[in-house]
Write a protein that binds this ligand. Structure first.
Ligand code: FAD
Length: 408
Protein backbone atom coordinates (compact mmCIF):
# COMPACT_ATOMS: atom_id res chain seq x y z
CA UNK A 1 0.00 0.00 0.00
CA UNK A 2 1.28 3.44 -0.98
CA UNK A 3 1.48 5.89 1.96
CA UNK A 4 0.00 8.54 -0.34
CA UNK A 5 -3.29 6.67 -0.50
CA UNK A 6 -3.25 5.26 3.05
CA UNK A 7 -6.29 5.63 5.31
CA UNK A 8 -5.13 8.19 7.85
CA UNK A 9 -6.89 9.10 11.08
CA UNK A 10 -5.78 12.05 13.22
CA UNK A 11 -7.03 12.17 16.83
CA UNK A 12 -7.15 15.69 18.31
CA UNK A 13 -8.55 18.57 16.26
CA UNK A 14 -6.37 21.36 17.66
CA UNK A 15 -3.40 23.32 16.41
CA UNK A 16 -1.23 20.31 15.55
CA UNK A 17 -4.06 18.17 14.16
CA UNK A 18 -5.21 20.93 11.83
CA UNK A 19 -1.67 21.57 10.59
CA UNK A 20 -1.07 17.86 10.08
CA UNK A 21 -4.10 17.19 7.87
CA UNK A 22 -3.49 20.33 5.80
CA UNK A 23 0.13 19.36 5.23
CA UNK A 24 -0.79 15.78 4.29
CA UNK A 25 -3.01 17.08 1.49
CA UNK A 26 -0.42 19.70 0.47
CA UNK A 27 2.13 16.89 0.11
CA UNK A 28 -0.17 14.92 -2.15
CA UNK A 29 -1.87 12.48 0.21
CA UNK A 30 -5.10 11.50 -1.51
CA UNK A 31 -6.41 8.66 0.65
CA UNK A 32 -9.27 8.87 3.17
CA UNK A 33 -8.36 11.44 5.85
CA UNK A 34 -10.31 11.96 9.07
CA UNK A 35 -9.66 14.47 11.85
CA UNK A 36 -11.49 13.67 15.10
CA UNK A 37 -11.87 16.22 17.90
CA UNK A 38 -13.60 16.04 21.26
CA UNK A 39 -14.45 19.75 21.31
CA UNK A 40 -17.53 21.03 19.48
CA UNK A 41 -15.62 23.64 17.44
CA UNK A 42 -13.52 23.39 14.31
CA UNK A 43 -9.80 23.60 15.14
CA UNK A 44 -9.04 27.02 16.63
CA UNK A 45 -6.14 28.99 18.04
CA UNK A 46 -5.83 28.99 21.83
CA UNK A 47 -3.47 31.94 22.48
CA UNK A 48 -6.24 34.57 22.12
CA UNK A 49 -8.34 32.79 24.77
CA UNK A 50 -6.32 34.49 27.51
CA UNK A 51 -5.70 37.63 25.43
CA UNK A 52 -7.81 39.33 22.71
CA UNK A 53 -10.78 36.92 22.88
CA UNK A 54 -11.08 37.27 26.66
CA UNK A 55 -10.89 41.03 26.25
CA UNK A 56 -13.78 40.82 23.81
CA UNK A 57 -11.67 42.14 20.93
CA UNK A 58 -11.81 39.07 18.70
CA UNK A 59 -14.91 37.33 17.38
CA UNK A 60 -15.37 33.63 17.88
CA UNK A 61 -15.20 32.78 14.15
CA UNK A 62 -11.86 34.56 13.87
CA UNK A 63 -10.38 31.96 16.22
CA UNK A 64 -10.93 29.17 13.71
CA UNK A 65 -7.70 28.18 12.01
CA UNK A 66 -9.51 27.44 8.74
CA UNK A 67 -13.12 27.68 7.60
CA UNK A 68 -15.26 24.55 7.18
CA UNK A 69 -14.94 25.01 3.40
CA UNK A 70 -11.20 24.29 3.55
CA UNK A 71 -11.76 20.82 4.95
CA UNK A 72 -14.63 20.13 2.55
CA UNK A 73 -12.68 21.28 -0.50
CA UNK A 74 -9.72 19.10 0.51
CA UNK A 75 -11.77 16.01 1.21
CA UNK A 76 -10.91 16.04 4.90
CA UNK A 77 -13.62 14.60 7.15
CA UNK A 78 -13.73 16.55 10.39
CA UNK A 79 -15.63 14.91 13.23
CA UNK A 80 -16.08 17.49 15.98
CA UNK A 81 -17.66 16.82 19.35
CA UNK A 82 -16.51 13.18 19.17
CA UNK A 83 -13.95 11.70 21.53
CA UNK A 84 -11.81 8.70 20.73
CA UNK A 85 -12.04 6.28 23.65
CA UNK A 86 -9.51 3.64 22.62
CA UNK A 87 -7.02 2.50 20.01
CA UNK A 88 -7.26 -1.12 18.88
CA UNK A 89 -3.71 -1.51 17.61
CA UNK A 90 -4.12 -5.16 16.65
CA UNK A 91 -7.07 -4.35 14.39
CA UNK A 92 -5.66 -0.92 13.40
CA UNK A 93 -8.82 0.93 14.37
CA UNK A 94 -9.83 3.73 16.72
CA UNK A 95 -12.93 3.29 18.86
CA UNK A 96 -15.06 6.35 19.47
CA UNK A 97 -16.86 6.99 22.75
CA UNK A 98 -20.15 5.86 21.15
CA UNK A 99 -18.59 2.57 20.06
CA UNK A 100 -18.09 3.51 16.38
CA UNK A 101 -14.92 1.98 14.96
CA UNK A 102 -12.79 3.65 12.34
CA UNK A 103 -10.03 1.71 10.59
CA UNK A 104 -6.66 3.28 9.81
CA UNK A 105 -3.47 2.37 8.02
CA UNK A 106 -1.65 5.22 9.74
CA UNK A 107 -2.73 7.06 12.89
CA UNK A 108 -1.57 10.37 14.36
CA UNK A 109 -2.19 11.48 17.94
CA UNK A 110 -2.39 15.24 18.44
CA UNK A 111 -4.30 15.17 21.70
CA UNK A 112 -2.65 18.21 23.30
CA UNK A 113 -2.64 18.73 27.04
CA UNK A 114 -5.08 18.98 29.93
CA UNK A 115 -4.94 21.72 32.55
CA UNK A 116 -4.05 20.64 36.06
CA UNK A 117 -6.85 21.31 38.53
CA UNK A 118 -6.92 21.84 42.27
CA UNK A 119 -8.13 18.81 44.21
CA UNK A 120 -11.78 18.77 45.31
CA UNK A 121 -10.53 18.18 48.87
CA UNK A 122 -9.29 21.79 48.97
CA UNK A 123 -12.24 23.30 47.12
CA UNK A 124 -11.13 22.74 43.54
CA UNK A 125 -14.64 21.64 42.57
CA UNK A 126 -16.47 24.73 43.88
CA UNK A 127 -18.58 26.68 41.42
CA UNK A 128 -16.59 29.67 40.16
CA UNK A 129 -13.25 27.83 40.05
CA UNK A 130 -12.17 27.89 36.41
CA UNK A 131 -9.30 26.84 34.16
CA UNK A 132 -8.26 28.26 30.79
CA UNK A 133 -7.62 25.77 28.01
CA UNK A 134 -10.67 25.58 25.78
CA UNK A 135 -13.01 28.05 24.14
CA UNK A 136 -15.66 26.83 26.57
CA UNK A 137 -13.39 27.87 29.45
CA UNK A 138 -12.97 31.40 28.04
CA UNK A 139 -16.73 31.63 27.51
CA UNK A 140 -17.36 30.46 31.07
CA UNK A 141 -15.04 33.15 32.41
CA UNK A 142 -16.67 35.80 30.21
CA UNK A 143 -20.07 34.77 31.57
CA UNK A 144 -18.83 35.30 35.15
CA UNK A 145 -17.60 38.76 34.20
CA UNK A 146 -20.93 39.59 32.58
CA UNK A 147 -22.68 38.40 35.74
CA UNK A 148 -20.75 41.00 37.74
CA UNK A 149 -17.76 39.18 39.24
CA UNK A 150 -15.62 41.87 40.83
CA UNK A 151 -12.79 40.09 42.66
CA UNK A 152 -10.59 37.54 40.94
CA UNK A 153 -7.98 35.26 42.38
CA UNK A 154 -5.49 33.80 39.93
CA UNK A 155 -3.68 30.70 41.19
CA UNK A 156 -0.35 30.28 39.39
CA UNK A 157 2.13 32.79 38.03
CA UNK A 158 2.92 31.27 34.65
CA UNK A 159 2.18 32.94 31.31
CA UNK A 160 -1.48 31.90 31.07
CA UNK A 161 -2.18 33.08 34.65
CA UNK A 162 -0.38 36.38 34.10
CA UNK A 163 -2.15 37.02 30.79
CA UNK A 164 -5.54 36.35 32.34
CA UNK A 165 -4.66 38.55 35.33
CA UNK A 166 -3.86 41.41 32.94
CA UNK A 167 -7.18 41.11 31.11
CA UNK A 168 -9.19 40.78 34.32
CA UNK A 169 -7.47 43.87 35.71
CA UNK A 170 -8.10 45.79 32.48
CA UNK A 171 -11.74 44.85 32.87
CA UNK A 172 -11.74 46.57 36.25
CA UNK A 173 -11.67 43.58 38.60
CA UNK A 174 -9.64 43.49 41.77
CA UNK A 175 -7.01 40.88 41.01
CA UNK A 176 -4.76 38.91 43.36
CA UNK A 177 -2.32 36.38 41.92
CA UNK A 178 -0.74 33.78 44.17
CA UNK A 179 2.30 31.71 43.27
CA UNK A 180 3.55 28.90 45.51
CA UNK A 181 7.13 29.10 44.18
CA UNK A 182 9.38 31.86 45.54
CA UNK A 183 8.65 33.90 42.39
CA UNK A 184 6.40 34.07 39.35
CA UNK A 185 7.59 32.43 36.09
CA UNK A 186 9.95 30.29 38.18
CA UNK A 187 9.68 27.29 35.84
CA UNK A 188 10.07 29.17 32.57
CA UNK A 189 12.09 32.35 33.00
CA UNK A 190 15.00 33.96 34.85
CA UNK A 191 14.54 36.32 37.81
CA UNK A 192 15.12 39.37 35.55
CA UNK A 193 12.11 38.49 33.38
CA UNK A 194 10.00 37.71 36.45
CA UNK A 195 11.01 41.06 37.98
CA UNK A 196 9.92 42.85 34.79
CA UNK A 197 6.47 41.24 34.79
CA UNK A 198 5.97 41.55 38.55
CA UNK A 199 6.63 45.28 38.33
CA UNK A 200 4.37 45.59 35.27
CA UNK A 201 1.45 43.90 37.04
CA UNK A 202 1.95 45.81 40.26
CA UNK A 203 1.93 49.08 38.31
CA UNK A 204 -1.45 48.04 36.97
CA UNK A 205 -2.72 47.24 40.45
CA UNK A 206 -2.52 43.45 40.54
CA UNK A 207 -1.52 42.15 43.95
CA UNK A 208 1.12 39.45 43.50
CA UNK A 209 1.86 37.10 46.40
CA UNK A 210 4.88 34.87 45.82
CA UNK A 211 5.91 31.93 47.99
CA UNK A 212 2.21 31.80 48.89
CA UNK A 213 0.99 28.30 49.64
CA UNK A 214 -2.70 27.76 49.04
CA UNK A 215 -4.23 25.92 52.01
CA UNK A 216 -7.74 25.72 50.55
CA UNK A 217 -10.41 27.55 48.64
CA UNK A 218 -13.36 28.64 50.73
CA UNK A 219 -16.98 28.48 49.63
CA UNK A 220 -20.55 29.18 50.58
CA UNK A 221 -23.51 27.24 49.18
CA UNK A 222 -21.17 25.50 46.76
CA UNK A 223 -19.77 28.73 45.28
CA UNK A 224 -16.19 29.88 45.82
CA UNK A 225 -15.81 32.87 48.15
CA UNK A 226 -12.03 33.07 48.38
CA UNK A 227 -8.92 31.35 49.58
CA UNK A 228 -7.00 30.68 52.73
CA UNK A 229 -3.21 30.60 52.53
CA UNK A 230 -0.85 28.38 54.50
CA UNK A 231 0.10 31.30 56.75
CA UNK A 232 -3.53 31.99 57.58
CA UNK A 233 -4.02 34.95 55.24
CA UNK A 234 -7.44 35.13 53.59
CA UNK A 235 -8.28 36.46 50.13
CA UNK A 236 -11.85 37.17 49.08
CA UNK A 237 -12.81 36.25 45.49
CA UNK A 238 -15.92 35.75 43.35
CA UNK A 239 -13.98 33.71 40.84
CA UNK A 240 -10.76 31.75 40.87
CA UNK A 241 -8.75 31.06 37.76
CA UNK A 242 -6.39 28.12 38.16
CA UNK A 243 -3.32 28.35 35.92
CA UNK A 244 -0.98 25.76 37.39
CA UNK A 245 0.22 24.14 34.19
CA UNK A 246 -0.91 21.29 32.00
CA UNK A 247 -0.28 17.58 31.71
CA UNK A 248 0.23 16.02 28.27
CA UNK A 249 -2.85 14.11 27.15
CA UNK A 250 -1.34 10.63 26.99
CA UNK A 251 -4.27 8.54 28.27
CA UNK A 252 -5.18 6.97 24.91
CA UNK A 253 -1.55 6.19 24.11
CA UNK A 254 -0.84 4.70 27.50
CA UNK A 255 -3.96 2.53 27.42
CA UNK A 256 -2.86 1.28 24.00
CA UNK A 257 0.55 0.34 25.40
CA UNK A 258 2.58 3.00 23.57
CA UNK A 259 5.76 4.23 25.25
CA UNK A 260 5.16 7.39 27.28
CA UNK A 261 7.88 9.55 28.81
CA UNK A 262 6.71 13.05 29.79
CA UNK A 263 4.39 12.82 26.78
CA UNK A 264 3.93 10.24 24.06
CA UNK A 265 7.46 9.16 23.22
CA UNK A 266 8.31 9.80 19.57
CA UNK A 267 11.52 9.69 17.56
CA UNK A 268 12.87 12.48 15.36
CA UNK A 269 10.32 11.51 12.68
CA UNK A 270 7.41 11.67 15.10
CA UNK A 271 6.97 7.90 15.14
CA UNK A 272 5.80 6.32 18.42
CA UNK A 273 6.79 2.86 19.64
CA UNK A 274 4.21 1.55 17.11
CA UNK A 275 5.45 2.33 13.56
CA UNK A 276 1.86 2.87 12.34
CA UNK A 277 1.22 5.56 14.98
CA UNK A 278 2.70 9.06 15.10
CA UNK A 279 2.29 11.96 17.54
CA UNK A 280 2.94 15.71 17.52
CA UNK A 281 2.38 18.88 19.53
CA UNK A 282 1.82 19.36 23.26
CA UNK A 283 1.20 15.62 23.82
CA UNK A 284 4.53 14.37 22.43
CA UNK A 285 8.07 14.25 23.82
CA UNK A 286 10.84 14.12 21.27
CA UNK A 287 14.66 14.06 21.05
CA UNK A 288 16.32 17.49 21.06
CA UNK A 289 20.08 17.95 21.37
CA UNK A 290 21.07 15.20 23.78
CA UNK A 291 17.80 15.35 25.73
CA UNK A 292 14.12 14.46 25.38
CA UNK A 293 11.79 17.43 25.64
CA UNK A 294 8.18 18.46 25.23
CA UNK A 295 7.25 21.93 24.03
CA UNK A 296 3.92 23.67 24.61
CA UNK A 297 3.69 26.30 21.90
CA UNK A 298 1.87 27.07 18.68
CA UNK A 299 4.94 27.34 16.42
CA UNK A 300 6.23 23.98 17.62
CA UNK A 301 2.81 22.32 17.25
CA UNK A 302 2.65 23.47 13.63
CA UNK A 303 6.27 22.71 12.71
CA UNK A 304 6.30 19.27 14.30
CA UNK A 305 2.91 18.36 12.81
CA UNK A 306 4.12 19.35 9.34
CA UNK A 307 7.32 17.33 9.78
CA UNK A 308 5.25 14.36 10.95
CA UNK A 309 2.95 14.67 7.92
CA UNK A 310 6.00 14.34 5.68
CA UNK A 311 7.31 11.38 7.69
CA UNK A 312 3.93 9.62 7.48
CA UNK A 313 4.22 9.80 3.71
CA UNK A 314 7.68 8.24 3.79
CA UNK A 315 9.88 11.33 4.35
CA UNK A 316 13.10 10.83 6.26
CA UNK A 317 13.93 14.41 7.32
CA UNK A 318 14.28 14.51 11.13
CA UNK A 319 12.38 17.26 12.94
CA UNK A 320 14.53 20.01 14.41
CA UNK A 321 12.77 22.34 16.83
CA UNK A 322 13.46 26.05 16.44
CA UNK A 323 11.56 27.18 19.52
CA UNK A 324 9.91 30.57 19.81
CA UNK A 325 6.98 31.81 21.84
CA UNK A 326 5.14 34.99 22.70
CA UNK A 327 2.92 36.46 25.39
CA UNK A 328 0.89 39.70 25.52
CA UNK A 329 0.25 41.48 28.81
CA UNK A 330 -1.13 45.05 28.89
CA UNK A 331 0.95 46.95 26.33
CA UNK A 332 3.91 44.58 26.56
CA UNK A 333 4.66 42.05 23.87
CA UNK A 334 7.06 39.39 25.07
CA UNK A 335 8.85 37.38 22.40
CA UNK A 336 11.04 34.43 23.31
CA UNK A 337 13.54 32.69 21.05
CA UNK A 338 15.35 29.48 21.98
CA UNK A 339 15.02 27.25 25.03
CA UNK A 340 16.61 28.42 28.27
CA UNK A 341 16.86 24.95 29.87
CA UNK A 342 20.22 24.60 31.62
CA UNK A 343 21.03 28.32 31.70
CA UNK A 344 23.78 29.39 34.07
CA UNK A 345 23.88 33.13 33.63
CA UNK A 346 21.71 35.90 32.23
CA UNK A 347 22.52 39.42 31.09
CA UNK A 348 20.00 42.16 30.47
CA UNK A 349 19.95 44.85 27.84
CA UNK A 350 17.66 47.88 27.73
CA UNK A 351 15.88 48.32 24.40
CA UNK A 352 15.44 51.47 22.35
CA UNK A 353 11.85 52.00 23.49
CA UNK A 354 11.06 53.32 26.97
CA UNK A 355 10.64 50.38 29.35
CA UNK A 356 11.76 47.75 26.84
CA UNK A 357 14.22 45.10 27.96
CA UNK A 358 15.79 41.87 26.81
CA UNK A 359 17.10 39.05 28.99
CA UNK A 360 19.74 36.78 27.46
CA UNK A 361 20.41 33.24 28.73
CA UNK A 362 23.83 31.62 28.54
CA UNK A 363 25.29 28.21 29.45
CA UNK A 364 28.99 28.96 29.64
CA UNK A 365 29.59 31.10 26.54
CA UNK A 366 26.73 29.51 24.57
CA UNK A 367 23.68 31.67 23.95
CA UNK A 368 20.56 29.57 24.66
CA UNK A 369 17.60 31.92 24.59
CA UNK A 370 16.36 35.49 24.78
CA UNK A 371 13.24 37.00 26.36
CA UNK A 372 12.51 40.29 24.58
CA UNK A 373 9.97 42.64 26.15
CA UNK A 374 8.77 45.22 23.63
CA UNK A 375 12.08 44.76 21.84
CA UNK A 376 11.55 43.04 18.47
CA UNK A 377 15.07 43.89 17.37
CA UNK A 378 16.62 41.95 20.28
CA UNK A 379 14.24 39.07 19.55
CA UNK A 380 15.13 38.93 15.85
CA UNK A 381 18.87 39.13 16.51
CA UNK A 382 18.67 36.47 19.22
CA UNK A 383 16.56 34.15 17.11
CA UNK A 384 18.93 34.42 14.17
CA UNK A 385 22.01 33.78 16.30
CA UNK A 386 20.49 30.87 18.23
CA UNK A 387 19.28 29.14 15.06
CA UNK A 388 22.72 29.62 13.47
CA UNK A 389 24.46 28.36 16.63
CA UNK A 390 26.26 31.67 17.08
CA UNK A 391 26.94 33.26 20.47
CA UNK A 392 27.99 36.87 20.87
CA UNK A 393 29.87 37.67 24.07
CA UNK A 394 27.49 38.19 26.97
CA UNK A 395 29.23 41.36 28.10
CA UNK A 396 28.93 42.91 24.66
CA UNK A 397 25.21 42.17 24.55
CA UNK A 398 24.78 43.74 27.97
CA UNK A 399 26.46 46.93 26.75
CA UNK A 400 23.62 49.20 25.56
CA UNK A 401 26.13 51.15 23.45
CA UNK A 402 27.01 48.05 21.40
CA UNK A 403 25.00 47.80 18.18
CA UNK A 404 23.32 44.38 17.95
CA UNK A 405 23.94 44.40 14.20
CA UNK A 406 27.67 44.42 14.70
CA UNK A 407 27.76 41.60 17.30
CA UNK A 408 28.41 37.90 16.66
C1 FAD B 1 -4.88 30.17 27.22
C2 FAD B 1 -3.70 29.72 26.41
C3 FAD B 1 -2.82 30.67 25.90
C4 FAD B 1 -1.73 30.26 25.13
N1 FAD B 1 -0.89 31.22 24.62
C5 FAD B 1 0.11 30.83 23.80
C6 FAD B 1 0.96 31.81 23.19
O1 FAD B 1 0.82 33.01 23.42
N2 FAD B 1 1.93 31.39 22.33
C7 FAD B 1 2.11 30.05 22.06
O2 FAD B 1 3.00 29.71 21.28
N3 FAD B 1 1.34 29.09 22.65
C8 FAD B 1 0.35 29.45 23.51
N4 FAD B 1 -0.43 28.50 24.10
C9 FAD B 1 -0.12 27.07 23.88
C10 FAD B 1 -0.69 26.55 22.58
O3 FAD B 1 -2.02 26.93 22.42
C11 FAD B 1 -0.55 25.03 22.55
O4 FAD B 1 0.81 24.72 22.65
C12 FAD B 1 -1.11 24.44 21.26
O5 FAD B 1 -2.49 24.64 21.18
C13 FAD B 1 -0.79 22.95 21.17
O6 FAD B 1 -1.43 22.40 20.07
P1 FAD B 1 -1.87 20.86 20.09
O7 FAD B 1 -2.56 20.61 18.80
O8 FAD B 1 -0.74 20.02 20.50
O9 FAD B 1 -2.95 20.76 21.27
P2 FAD B 1 -4.38 21.42 21.35
O10 FAD B 1 -4.45 22.68 20.59
O11 FAD B 1 -4.71 21.45 22.80
O12 FAD B 1 -5.35 20.37 20.64
C14 FAD B 1 -5.59 19.08 21.15
C15 FAD B 1 -7.03 18.71 20.85
O13 FAD B 1 -7.18 17.31 20.98
C16 FAD B 1 -8.43 17.03 21.54
N5 FAD B 1 -8.44 15.68 22.10
C17 FAD B 1 -7.71 15.22 23.16
N6 FAD B 1 -8.00 13.92 23.39
C18 FAD B 1 -8.92 13.55 22.47
C19 FAD B 1 -9.59 12.34 22.20
N7 FAD B 1 -9.38 11.24 22.92
N8 FAD B 1 -10.49 12.31 21.18
C20 FAD B 1 -10.71 13.42 20.43
N9 FAD B 1 -10.08 14.60 20.64
C21 FAD B 1 -9.20 14.66 21.64
C22 FAD B 1 -8.59 18.12 22.58
O14 FAD B 1 -9.96 18.28 22.93
C23 FAD B 1 -8.03 19.33 21.81
O15 FAD B 1 -9.05 19.99 21.11
C24 FAD B 1 -1.52 28.89 24.88
C25 FAD B 1 -2.40 27.93 25.41
C26 FAD B 1 -3.48 28.33 26.17
C27 FAD B 1 -4.42 27.30 26.73
Amino acid sequence: MQAKSARIVVVGAGQAGAALVAKLRALGHDGPLTLIGAEPDLPYQRPPLSKAYLKGELERERLHLRPASFYAENGITVETGRAVAAIDRAAKAVVLADGTRLAYDLLALTTGATPRRLPAAIGGDLDGVLVMRQLADADALAARLAAGAARALVVGGGYVGLEAAAVLREKGLTVTLIESAPRILARVAAPATADFFRALHERHGVEILEGAALARLTGAAGHVTGAELGDGRRIAADLVLVGIGVAPDTGLAEAAGLAVENGIRVDALGSTSDPAIFAAGDCASFPHDAARIRIESVPHAIDQAEAVAAAMLGGTEPYTARPWFWSDQYDVKLQIAGLNTGWERTVTRPGAREGSLSVWYFAGTRLLAVDAMNDPRAYMSGKRWIEAGRSPEADRIADPAADLKTLA
